[in-house]
Ligand binder design. Structure first.
Ligand code: G3P
Length: 218
């Protein structure tokens, strides 16, 4: 399973990358806006830090403008994957861009039918938002298993990127189902590797060893 960081914050990306477990990065307009810098500027620096797919989202909502914006973003770096919203105009733009070989991540996916349409038009990645579904009392993970089943039925190569992850259990559930990618905030990445019994265990090992100082190498 690939781990992506869902952030445009360079400090977090640097920290995550130093662990060696970050395979890519996803951003969205809200995350980039938080950084107070241009998308191009932030994107170039992210591409220098992580050698993997970097999703950059368009802000246009008409297909013609989306296509132009997407082509511009794709030219920034070979690792850029363009994110398009799963709306009517986005579907049209997806068909054109995937035909040109530009990798597209269809975002704001909330139903299996949206994921099916995105795959039919050649999406490289789909981003179903599990946390936002959970927020409205709908089981987000059910969407992931439905999409996996549908893609398997027809042999689609579109990768399923589980987005809007809020906690480590989401990542483990996605891994159990076999989703290709989980994108997560830096805080969730940190939580994934921690366990209180690991810390307690290590503390005890070191304390016991300290009691026998004479055994330490001279
Ligand atoms: O980048 C898309 C997605 O991961 C957003 O997550 O927490 O804003 O629902 P969230």
């Amino acid at each position: 399973m690939k781990f992506f960081l869902d952030t445009a914050n360079l400090k977090e990306i640097r920290e995550g990358a130093s662990l060696g477990i970050v395979d890519g990065v996803t951003t969205n307009p809200s995350l980039v806006a938080k950084e107070g810098r241009s998308l191009e500027e932030v994107a170039r620096e992210i591409c220098d830090l992580v050698d993997g797919p970097i999703s950059l989202e368009v802000i246009s909502i008409e297909s013609k403008e989306m296509i132009e914006e997407a082509r511009r973003l794709a030219r920034l770096h070979k690792n850029v994957v363009v994110k398009l919203p799963m709306i009517r105009e986005g579907v049209k733009a997806l068909k054109v861009l995937s035909g040109e070989g530009i990798r597209v991540n269809m975002t704001l996916i909330f139903s299996p039918s949206q994921a099916l349409i995105a795959a039919k038009n050649g999406a490289y990645i789909v981003s179903p938002f599990v946390g936002r579904l959970d927020d409205i009392s709908s089981e987000g993970m059910n969407l992931i298993s439905d999409i996996l089943k549908i893609y398997d039925n027809y042999g689609f190569n579109t990768q399923i990127l589980v987005a809007s992850i809020r906690h480590p259990v989401h990542v483990v559930q996605a891994a159990r189902l076999g989703a290709h990618i989980a994108t997560m905030p830096y805080s969730v990445l940190e939580q994934l590797l921690k366990h209180p019994l690991t810390d307690i265990g290590l503390e005890k090992f070191l304390a016991d060893w300290q009691k026998r100082k004479e055994l330490l190498p001279k």
